[in-house]
Design a protein around this ligand. Structure first.
Ligand SMILES: Cc1cc2nc3c(=O)[nH]c(=O)nc-3n(C[C@H](O)[C@H](O)[C@H](O)COP(=O)(O)O)c2cc1C
Length: 379
């Protein structure tokens, strides 16, 4: 089966199989953006089950863009913690990839201190209670690109095999590409081609900082479910440009890959899922055709079994990223590999202490997961 075969990235690094741990924020880092032992252990135990690669939780590149209490890749003070994390991710010899992000208008005001929320334009997110940010100056935009570059350099120094730019799920890179969030009239906004400038500049900066021999990936939301959002046709053009930059992979972020359902800005975790009008062709297939082998394609969203993974590969993906299934069962991949899928844990246990202890999930992360009923299944 394809899922167990290796793949060589453009940069020359090889991934031993097609299973990747999706980026999973634990909301459990220290205030200074370093990782306590329980956050490292969450990753170590899951990576040890044999994934070809592990992608870290998203690391902030600037203090002013923190969206949760996660890891940082903003200055040298983060280096030793990042190094420890990279070692844990390689527990079973898989590749270690650092995801980097900025929250833009969905940064959390409590986490950014005295600073004022800043974003491509002074337009509030649709999230309930969202504050209106101020528009970044062009110097700030250039500085943010430099911060992504610096974060990629830190990843290289910390021993990661590569970096993934978080260009999905409504964070700052996505906001620059979105006509809903970006109303700028300078080089960074206006036409579709100008809205691509920021994601492309970040991708180029990251590639420059990594050099040609490390993995550079980009995660994208394939279209916006919200009215007046960007379309799958827009995102295909972005993917084409990203592939020209010789990225190693492009990751298509979906909530459920079979339904082509993206993560909405006002995602509800319980109750019926909002109806979204989806493109006729699955975005994984559409993107794979545009990318045409120039970069690998990673798919995610609702992968719980080997059949699910094969299904995504059949749609055109080269790699699959697994999120919630691995949160719930740290030994998920070992069970898939040994044909013991019947023993995969289907949900989090009822008892919160048991969740933390038995599954190596930091207590703060348990709280975070349970605060959104319907997000993660419970037994
Ligand atoms: C607890 C949790 C934290 C997440 N943190 C991130 C993150 O830091 N960066 C990111 O790109 N996606 C993040 N996601 C989204 C996942 O990577 C994944 O795309 C999503 O959960 C859908 O895949 P799944 O059905 O396999 O979980 C997170 C998801 C969960 C459940």
């Amino acid at each position: 089966m394809v899922v167990w075969t290796p793949l060589r990235f453009n940069c020359g690094r090889e991934i031993a199989n097609r299973f990747v741990i999706a980026p999973l924020t634990t909301d459990s880092s220290r205030e200074d953006g370093t990782s306590p032992e329980n956050e490292v252990e969450f990753v170590r135990r899951r990576s040890a089950s044999g994934f070809g690669a592990t992608i870290s939780s998203a690391a902030y590149v600037e203090e002013g863009g923190r969206s949760w209490q996660g890891i940082g890749a903003a200055h040298d003070g983060h280096l030793s913690s990042l190094h420890r994390l990279a070692e844990a991710m390689r527990a079973a010899g898989g590749l270690a990839i650092l995801q980097i992000y900025d929250g833009g208008r969905i940064a959390k005001p409590e986490l950014i201190g005295e600073q004022v929320l800043r974003a491509p334009s002074a337009v509030a997110s649709l999230r309930p209670g969202a504050k209106t940010p101020r528009a970044m100056t062009s110097d700030e935009v250039e500085n943010l690109i430099a911060s992504f570059r610096e974060a990629a350099s830190l990843a290289r120094k910390a021993g990661f095999d590569g970096v993934e730019i978080h260009g999905a799920n409504h964070y700052a890179v996505h906001q620059f590409f979105s006509p809903r969030a970006n109303h700028r009239t300078d080089n960074w906004g206006g036409t579709l081609s100008k809205r691509m400038n920021f994601p492309l500049a970040v991708a180029q900066a990251v590639r420059d900082a990594l050099g040609p021999k490390l993995i550079a990936g980009f995660r994208v939301t394939p279209f916006e479910a919200e009215a007046d959002g960007y379309t799958v046709e827009d995102a295909k053009l972005l993917c084409d440009e990203l592939a020209r930059l010789n990225l190693d992979y492009i990751s298509v972020s979906l909530d459920d890959y079979r339904l082509s359902r993206p993560t909405g800005e006002t995602r509800v975790y319980s109750g019926p899922v909002e109806k979204v009008s989806t493109p006729a062709e699955n975005p994984i297939t559409a993107f794979a055709r545009v990318i045409a082998g120039r970069s690998a394609v990673m798919a995610s969203g609702g992968i719980k079994t080997c059949v699910d993974a094969e299904g995504a590969i059949n749609l055109g993906a080269d790699l699959v990223a697994v999120g919630r299934a691995v949160v719930v069962d740290p030994e998920w991949l070992a069970k898939v590999r040994s044909n013991s899928e019947a023993s995969i844990l289907a949900g989090l246990p009822k008892d919160e202490l048991e969740i933390a202890k038995a599954l190596s999930i930091p207590p703060r992360m348990v709280e975070y997961l349970l605060s959104r009923p319907g997000w993660i299944p419970r037994l």
